[in-house]
Design a protein. Structure first.
Length: 451
């Protein structure tokens, strides 16, 4: 990184940043209170609120959102007449999955091979620290030249829409000229990237019932309809032979026009086993950024250990459908529901329940804020130019903010590059990326104020 006062300040703050991220990662702040204590999320929210107060933020508040979680808000006044920038991150995290599969405890930040490991280190507790570092660097080098609002969400990973509904009910709270969403990531380590599109998502639970109760498979199997078998057929109907998503009425032919993702690089990033084919058709970028993608993310059925020779009376699954830009998520939800009902075999009873939903997003990359970010990233990553990429993930708040504040510019940056393995076992963050992106954000705020 080229020498400049902002970069030097951020570098000097990195040991403290690691200590703070260690404290924040220690909270088991999964916003599924059937699995994890609500007190863990509340503790993380208080930590963020205290950190904002320590930086001089005013009006710091824990917002009780309609889904039963808390988001954290604060306002840092800037010079009179300055623009307002909203900085976003979230403190809730995905469950750690199989804790025994982690090389180190998931809620203990651990340094290994030049990276910091822990659940939420990249997605998105590291984003909270990134915002703090950027603001501290500016305060140490002439001050923060814009009004800054910070909101840190408490249920982004659950897709339950708490902050979205709260923002709709209090539209003045998050109003800003520009929004920086710190929950995306570089295309690869060392390549500065803004995310210009996001797929939306819908989560749907489907349950299939065929019998009043389980039956002996020897006495009744072969004629009695098996609910688990029916569910398997329903789920199989969601994919073509090549693995492409096939929801009746939902097109899957769109193409991605920008930065491409080479198949060999994708195989390496995704750690696809040797000999296993990628699924779908078109380029990798088409498949992960521009087209719908269905995933079966959970099934309730008897585990192999302890299973009895029975015809199953009931089975259910949780399905995630990623919705590409240009497709309404509500329409996609209805199509998915209709598809599941139409493809349930044998006259089995089927029930569907929508669990969560978020709209896709497409940014206006021609705006002054994007030019300010391009200059900032070029300074923070010498020799590299800012790239535009899509993201297959969903941040439902983006569309809510775009609807509430149609004149606001929205940029997505963050720490979730492929090596971070977000949502998976052994999630990690690159401290070098944290440092460089904090510098980029600080320089962006300075550039934007002067533009």
């Amino acid at each position: 990184m080229s020498s400049n006062p902002v970069a030097e300040t951020v570098a000097s703050l990195m040991p403290a940043a690691k200590a703070e991220l260690t404290e924040l990662v220690a909270f088991k702040s999964v916003a599924d209170f059937d699995q994890f204590p609500k007190s863990e999320s509340e503790g993380a929210a208080r930590w963020v609120a205290d950190a904002l107060r320590a930086e001089g933020f005013e009006d710091v508040a824990l917002l009780d959102t309609p889904d039963g979680t808390q988001s954290v808000y604060g306002h840092l006044p800037g010079p009179e007449g300055a623009r307002t920038v909203l900085l976003y991150a979230h403190y809730d995290v995905q469950p750690p999955l199989d804790e025994a599969a982690w090389s180190t405890p998931p809620f203990e930040l651990t340094e290994r091979d030049g990276r910091w490991y822990g659940r939420g280190s990249a997605d998105c507790k590291g984003g909270v620290i990134m915002h703090l570092l950027a603001l501290r660097a500016l305060k140490a080098n002439g001050g923060v030249p814009v009004h800054v609002k910070v909101v840190v969400e408490g249920s982004e990973e659950m897709g339950t829409g708490g902050l979205e509904r709260y923002a709709e009910q209090h539209p003045e709270l998050l109003a800003a000229d520009t929004v920086v969403i710190g929950d995306a990531g570089n295309f690869r380590v060392g390549l500065p990237t803004v995310t210009s599109t996001l797929r939306g998502m819908t989560l749907m639970r489907v349950q299939v019932d065929t019998l009043e109760g389980n039956l002996h498979s020897g006495q009744f199997g072969g004629a009695a309809p098996d609910a688990l078998g029916a569910l398997i057929r329903v789920l199989d109907s969601l994919r073509a032979p090549d693995g492409s998503t096939t929801v009746d009425g939902l097109t899957g032919e769109s193409s991605w026009p920008g930065l491409q993702y080479e198949e060999e690089q994708f195989r390496a990033d995704a750690k696809v086993l040797d000999g296993v084919q990628l699924i779908g058709s078109g380029t990798v970028a088409d498949r992960i950024w521009a087209r719908p993608a269905v995933s079966v993310i959970g099934i309730d059925c008897p585990p192999v250990i302890g299973a009895t020779p029975s015809v199953q009376a009931s089975a259910r699954a949780l399905i995630s459908l990623r919705v590409p830009p240009g497709v309404d998520a509500a329409r996609a939800t209805k199509l998915l529901q209709a598809h599941l009902e139409a493809h349930t075999p044998w006259g089995a009873r089927v029930q569907t329940e929508q669990i969560g939903q978020g709209q896709p997003f497409r940014a206006d990359t021609s705006s002054p804020a994007y030019r300010a970010m391009a200059d900032a990233m070029a300074a923070a990553y010498p020799g590299e130019e800012m790239q535009y990429a899509g993201n297959g993930g969903s941040i439902p708040l983006c569309n809510t903010l775009a609807a509430l504040y149609p004149q606001a510019e929205i940029l997505l940056i963050g720490l979730s590059e492929p090596e971070a393995r977000i949502h998976a076992v052994n999630e990690s963050v690159s401290p070098q990326e944290l440092e460089r992106l904090a510098v980029a954000e600080a320089l962006f705020l300075r550039n934007y104020a002067a533009s």
